[in-house]
Design a binder for this molecule. Structure first.
Ligand code: FE
Length: 175
């Protein structure tokens, strides 16, 4: 913190240009969207809403939504994940705790887990930062597929083209 005596006008905005190579900010006024088309379906019960798809650092910020007691298939993380539960609740088959509305969850690298939304939850929404890749595996770790920021971008493009928003609708979330 600067000493008060050193800042003579605390309400005066910064006067210099930002670095010319800095990227634009992203502001999403309605992060939980009214328009259902913005949710990108992954399965019958699981969909996601992109917020920041960061190509340069290989992570994505998104809202994960699960309806009708869905399951997010077993997967491994080689990079950390941060989650904040906005609505509903869920648990992992591999842990004995439950993430409830308002919970923050940190998942360290090396986690392999299966996310389950209980039957009495109509809708679950969690804000997740996922770094690197989600590697889908069988119960013994045999790799079955993966997702990363690039597969996420591709899914968005395909979906937004199909629902009439246009595949470039996703561009506003890409950095
Ligand atoms: Fe996960």
């Amino acid at each position: 913190m600067p000493l008060e005596s050193e800042d003579h006008d605390p309400m005066m905005p910064y006067q210099l240009p930002f670095p010319k190579d800095a990227q634009d900010e992203i502001v999403v006024p309605s992060a939980i969207p009214e328009d259902e088309r913005i949710w990108v379906p992954q399965t019958e019960t699981v969909s996601f809403r992109p917020l920041c798809l960061n190509r340069g650092q290989g992570y994505w910020m998104n809202l994960l939504r699960v309806r009708q007691s869905g399951v997010l298939s077993r997967h491994r993380h080689s990079m950390p994940v941060h989650g904040f539960v906005l609505k509903g609740r869920w648990y992992y088959l591999e842990h004995d705790w439950e993430a409830t509305e308002g919970s923050y969850v940190y998942e360290p690298p090396g986690e392999t887990h299966t996310l389950v939304v209980p039957e009495d939850v109509d809708e679950m929404i969690t804000y997740f930062q996922v770094n690197g890749a989600m590697i889908y595996v069988d119960p013994y770790g045999k790799v079955q597929g993966y997702e990363d920021v690039f597969t996420k971008i591709d899914m968005c493009r395909k979906h937004y083209a199909e629902v009439g928003l246009g595949e470039d609708y996703v561009d506003q979330f890409i950095r």
